[in-house]
Design a protein around this ligand. Structure first.
Ligand SMILES: [Ca+2]
Ligand SMILES: [Ca+2]
Length: 402
């Protein structure tokens, strides 16, 4: 029966063409912006030597290096309001943001002032353990259809599971979700409140939704393709034809497409063994059979080794930093960081830059933020935004040092 939920039965949505890029989950921010300061208007002749090869990353000139502030960090930090267990955020085209709180509130936020208005019509959530209201992203057609996607922990037979729903965000009066419909449920429902995963991203084809599905502390099901614990799942924008995209995951809490279309995930490992993975269709990432960490009981888990049949992480941490979130930067405010990943760290109380170059990734910098970082996001003007974890988590804006 469970297997039946994975069989491709749906009809793919008809084209959803049009619209503008609505976030880092849509890989529409082209690298052409790198050259915009020197580029002639559309249709004008291009200066010799500035043309970019199609399909490659244009890097005409190294951007000016970032200045460092008195605290040694290449950014300034300003606080813009406080939230109760904030979990995720995304920006609207008008510059306002949606922020989720784990207790179940969805907030429409003026990020300059931090003023927040609750959005009505949210789902009932299981606010236990790590559960609650989770991610929020915009659909690829948001400017036309107002579609947003949410994830949350939902009550089910035997316990709870992650659920994904979509609705229309109605901003005509008091903000509300219209027609919220559950389009996907993690299977099976189990007891305990751990490892829901449930990060969301829209694919570069703008026709598919991806969700990370944690293994709910059940271990072996992450290797069982007939259940969706410990997987990355791809589905149509309406939830049709859900498909296991990759398996062997523990608790992947970050998910983002790079502008080149590659899918990157951050994954919370056991003791040690936090990972950044390049997620490929059909890839088996090894949990719980292999991990560069060990169980919390100190019982060892075999490390990733070449030829073991599992995809090794692109980057890993031991000791743990507890990666909570991941965004691939496409802005110009921090031009030298274009194309790199930023990871929020919970136990690491840090923001981490991971240098991405095609299929390779390496740790670049780690800045102490003095608080558990739950979410990292890119703003429409290229600023980086963070949400601190916990009952009075601040919304932080990072700008270049001037
Ligand atoms: Ca986000
Ligand atoms: Ca190990």
């Amino acid at each position: 029966m469970r297997r039946a939920t994975l069989i491709v039965v749906g009809v793919l949505l008809a084209g959803c063409a049009g619209g503008t890029s609505t976030g880092p989950g849509t890989a529409t921010s082209s690298t052409s912006g790198v050259t915009s300061s020197a580029a002639p208007p559309s249709g004008a002749p291009t200066s010799p030597g500035t043309s970019a090869s199609p399909g490659t990353s244009a890097s005409p000139a190294a951007p000016a290096p970032l200045r460092t502030g008195p605290d040694g960090r290449p950014f300034t930090v300003s606080a813009h309001g406080t939230f109760d267990e904030p979990w995720a955020m995304t920006f609207l085209p008008d510059g306002r943001a949606l922020i989720t709180e784990r207790g179940g509130r969805l907030l429409l936020v003026d990020v300059a002032s931090g003023a927040a208005t609750p959005v009505a019509g949210t789902p009932a959530v299981v606010h236990e353990g790590q559960g609650g209201l989770g991610d929020v992203i915009l659909g690829p057609g948001f400017p036309q259809d107002g579609t947003v996607y949410l994830s949350w922990a939902e009550r089910g037979d035997g316990g709870s599971h992650a659920a994904v729903g979509r609705a229309r965000l109605d901003l005509g009066g008091a903000p509300r979700l219209d027609g919220l419909t559950v389009i996907w449920r993690q299977q099976p429902s189990v007891s305990g409140g751990s490892h829901y995963g449930h990060r969301l991203a829209v694919g570069p084809d703008r026709q598919h939704l991806f969700v990370t599905s944690g293994e709910r502390m059940q271990f072996a099901p992450a290797q069982d393709p007939s259940v969706t614990l410990g997987k990355v799942v791809r589905m149509g924008l309406d939830g049709s034809a859900p498909q296991v995209w990759s398996l062997g995951h523990r608790n992947p809490l970050g998910l983002a497409f790079a502008p080149d279309g590659r899918l990157w995930s951050s994954e919370m490992g056991p003791r040690g063994g936090d990972e950044i993975n390049l997620v490929r269709q059909g890839g088996n990432y090894g949990w719980p059979n292999v991990s560069n960490g060990s169980h919390y009981s100190s019982e060892d888990i075999p490390d990733h080794r070449p030829g073991d049949g599992y995809v090794a992480p692109a980057v890993w941490w031991n000791p743990s930093i507890s990666p909570s979130s991941l965004v691939v930067y496409t802005g110009s405010a921090f031009a030298p960081w274009r194309g790199d990943a930023f990871v929020g760290a919970l136990s690491g109380r840090a923001l981490v830059r991971v240098d991405l170059d095609g299929e390779s990734a390496r740790k670049a910098e780690q800045w102490d933020m003095g608080a558990r970082i739950r979410e990292v996001e890119q703003g429409p003007d290229g600023a980086l935004w963070l949400l601190e974890d916990g009952p009075s988590g601040r919304l932080l804006r990072l700008d270049p040092v001037r």
